[in-house]
Design a binder for this molecule. Structure first.
Ligand SMILES: [Zn+2]
Length: 177
């Protein structure tokens, strides 16, 4: 059985925008992604709602990309989702809703899509081959983060994809100020 998350006809994003990376030294060395716990809660709550209906969920993570001596890193600012076509082992955005979805991110002022999240209700946190293709469709050769949640046991993992291979990524979660 193929477990999949498919982002249909997603325009190439947004995180490949290289101009205007603001210099700002990251608060923890070696970490490429920073996120408030409120954003984690948003994703976890969404995954729980899907789990109650035995469905995967899917959304985008907005944020900003900064640079420092170590290179680029991202600070998440929120999540966005749209109407989904979902089953227990697959999910995609309703193609009719994509325009509004991207508009909702553009309107938030200087943010880019820095990642995406989806859930694997009951089958663990990893990236399937389809997930890896979806990730590449969204981010191309740019950096993006894939968050996978399993609401059956409350686990969450973050991945990047390098040369077609998923790599677990570190994330610092901060308390909401
Ligand atoms: Zn998946």
């Amino acid at each position: 059985m193929r477990r999949s998350a498919t982002v249909m006809e997603m325009p190439k994003v947004i995180s490949s925008e290289k101009t205007g990376r603001k210099y700002r030294r990251r608060s923890v060395r070696g970490v490429p992604l920073f996120m408030d716990e409120g954003i984690i809660s948003d994703m976890a709550n969404h995954a729980d709602i899907g789990y109650a209906e035995d469905k995967e969920v899917l959304g985008l993570i907005s944020g900003r990309v900064y640079r420092d001596e170590e290179g680029e890193y991202s600070i998440a600012s929120g999540t966005a989702t749209a109407r989904l076509d979902a089953t227990g082992v697959s999910v995609r955005f309703d193609p009719d809703c994509l325009e509004d979805l991207f508009a909702s991110i553009d309107e938030s002022g200087g943010d880019a899509v820095i990642g995406w999240y989806h859930s694997h209700p009951g089958f663990g946190c990893y990236l399937s081959d389809v997930d890896i293709r979806t990730h590449s469709d969204i981010f191309g050769k740019g950096t993006g983060f894939a968050v996978v949640l399993d609401p059956s046991d409350g686990t969450l993992m973050v991945f990047t994809v390098e040369d077609g291979e998923p790599k677990a990524a570190q994330m610092v979660v901060s308390e909401d100020g």
